[in-house]
Design a protein around this ligand. Structure first.
Ligand code: RM4
Ligand code: MN
Ligand code: MN
Length: 427
C-alpha cells in the first residue's frame, strides 16, 4: 500500500485553519521570548529517526506473543511499512536492518524500493545473542567473549558478513549489542571475558571500511542476570577508546539500572565526542521497550536539553548522529506506536530548543536554583505540538499522522493485502 500525496494534502486542508491559529499563537508566545518559531520548525524538519526492521511486527514477552494482522511478511514489506510512516510524518527517513532476521538477498532491488519511498539504510545490526539454524557453534555461553576461540571466530565472521550486507545497501555503520555475560557468580572470568571481547572487536574494527563507524551498545543485564561484559557506558567507552576513532558509544534508554541519570551520561559522552546516537524507548522497570515518552517524558526532555547543548558545543548537526527507535509493540498497532514514538521524540527536541540557555547559564552562575528549575520547566510545560505539526506539514507530511492513518484504514488495507495471520521476523 502507498499513500497518495493528494490524500495527505486533503487531510491537511481540512485541519489547516485550526492548525494555523495554534501555530500563530505559539509563534507570538516564543517571539516574546526572543525565539524564532520558524528556526525551531526547521530544526525539527531536519531531525530524522530510523525505524528498526524488527519493530514492524508485534513484539511479545517470554510468556507469549499476540500477533496483529497484516504484519510484513518480507523485507520488502517492511521497507513499505517504513515508507508509510515516512509519508505520514516525513521524519522516519531510514531503516535499520538486523541480520539475519532481515537479509537483503537482492540488494539492488531493495535499494530501488527504498529510494522510491525516499528512504535510506541506517546502521546494520549483528546478532550473536541467538543461535541460527545450521550454525556450527552455539552462543549459549557467549560469542565475542567466549572461552573457545572457534566460537569467537564464528561471531567475528558474522559481524564481518553484516558489514558486507550493509556496504551493499549504502549503510555507514555496524551496531553491536553484545549479550555476553554470566548468569552465576564464578561462571566467568571478568578480565578474560573483557580481553577476549576486545580482541574480537579489534578484528571486526579492522574490517570496517574507512568511512564507517561501529556503535558499541551497553546494557546492564538481560539475558544474563549476574554479569554483562559491556554493562554500562563506562565499559562501552573503554572499548571504544581502545578500538579507535571509528568506535562510539550507543545509548539505549532502557539499558540502565533504575534511576540512572541518563542526561548526565549523555553530557559526558558528548563532551568526549564519543556519543554515536540513541535507541529511543521508554520503560518503568527494565528494558521494557515501551513507546517513547509514554512513561517519563520529563526525563526525555532533560536528555534532549543535553543533546541540544552538546550538538551546539561540538558544532555538529543532528544528522551526524544515529537516532533510532528500539521499541517493542506488544499491545498496540506497531505502526501507530512508531508514529507516537517519533512524535514524542520531536516534542522533546522542540521543548529543548526553546530553553532560554542564556538565562539558564546566568541562574547557574548565581546559584539561583529556583530560577534554573523554572527555566527548564517553562520550556517543558509549553505546548509545542503546533511546532511539530508545522514541521511535518511543511515537509509534506500530515498534520495528524495517526488520525490520517486511521481515516485511511491503513491497517485493514494491509490485512487485505497480506492476510490476517502474518508474522514478521524479529523478536
Ligand atoms: C537488545 C538491544 C539491541 C536490540 C535487541 C533486539 O536489548 O536493545 O539494540 O537489537 O535488543
Ligand atoms: Mn537497543
Ligand atoms: Mn534493548
Amino acid at each position: 500500500m502507498k499513500i497518495d500525496q493528494y490524500k495527505i494534502d486533503q487531510h491537511n486542508d481540512s485541519l489547516l485553519s485550526k492548525h494555523n491559529n495554534q501555530f500563530i499563537f505559539i509563534k507570538e508566545q516564543l517571539g516574546e521570548q526572543g525565539i524564532n518559531a520558524n528556526d525551531v520548525v526547521k530544526a525539527l524538519e531536519a531531525f530524522q529517526v530510523a525505524i528498526p526492521s524488527w519493530a514492524l511486527g508485534t513484539g511479545g514477552t517470554r510468556f507469549g506473543r499476540f500477533s496483529g494482522g497484516g504484519e510484513p511478511r518480507s523485507l520488502e514489506e517492511k521497507v513499505e511499512d517504513v515508507g508509510l510512516l515516512h509519508a505520514l510524518n516525513r521524519s522516519s527517513g531510514s531503516i535499520s536492518l538486523h541480520i539475519p532476521w532481515d537479509i537483503p538477498e537482492q540488494a539492488q532491488s531493495i535499494i530501488n524500493l527504498a529510494t522510491s519511498l525516499d528512504l535510506k539504510f541506517d546502521a546494520v545490526n549483528s546478532n550473536t545473542f541467538q543461535d541460527q539454524k545450521n550454525q556450527e557453534h552455539s552462543y549459549k555461553f557467549g560469542s565475542l567473549s567466549h572461552v573457545d576461540p572457534k566460537v569467537r571466530k564464528q561471531a567475528v565472521e558474522h559481524n564481518i558478513e553484516v558489514i558486507k550486507y550493509g556496504k551493499d545497501l549504502g549503510s555507514k555503520a555496524l551496531s553491536i549489542w553484545l549479550s555476553d555475560g554470566s548468569c552465576f557468580p564464578g561462571q566467568s572470568n571478568f578480565v578474560k571475558s573483557f580481553q577476549n571481547t576486545l580482541e574480537s572487536l579489534q578484528e571486526i574494527y579492522a574490517a570496517l571500511p574507512d568511512d564507517w563507524k561501529v556503535y558499541v551498545e551497553y546494557k546492564a543485564y538481560e539475558p544474563n542476570f549476574y554479569s554483562t561484559v559491556i554493562q554500562d557506558w563506562g565499559s562501552s567507552l573503554l572499548f571504544c577508546q581502545k578500538l579507535g576513532a571509528k568506535a562510539d558509544v550507543l545509548v539505549d534508554l532502557g539499558h540502565h539500572l533504575p534511576n540512572a541519570n541518563i542526561e548526565q551520561i549523555v553530557a559526558t559522552l558528548m563532551m568526549e565526542g564519543r556519543l554515536a546516537g540513541f535507541h529511543f524507548n521508554d520503560s518503568k522497570y527494565g528494558d521494557d521497550d515501551l513507546t517513547v515518552g509514554s512513561i517519563r517524558p520529563y526525563m526525555l526532555f532533560l536528555i534532549f536539553v543535553e543533546l541540544v547543548e552538546g550538538m551546539k558545543r561540538a558544532n555538529r548537526a543532528s544528522d551526524t548522529y544515529a537516532w533510532m527507535i528500539d521499541a517493542s509493540h506488544n499491545v498496540k498497532d506497531p505502526l501507530e506506536d512508531l508514529l507516537q514514538s517519533v512524535e514524542a521524540i520531536l516534542l522533546s527536541y522542540a521543548q529543548a530548543l526553546i530553553v532560554d540557555r542564556k538565562k539558564l547559564e546566568q541562574a547557574r552562575i548565581q546559584n539561583d536554583v529556583v530560577l534554573a528549575q523554572q527555566i527548564l520547566q517553562n520550556a517543558f510545560r509549553t505546548d509545542v505540538r503546533p511546532l511539530v505539526r508545522e514541521s511535518m506539514r511543511l515537509s509534506g507530511g500530515a498534520i495528524d499522522p495517526i488520525g490520517l492513518f486511521r481515516n485511511l484504514s491503513v491497517r485493514s488495507e494491509l490485512m487485505n493485502e497480506r492476510g490476517k495471520v502474518t508474522v514478521a521476523t524479529g523478536l
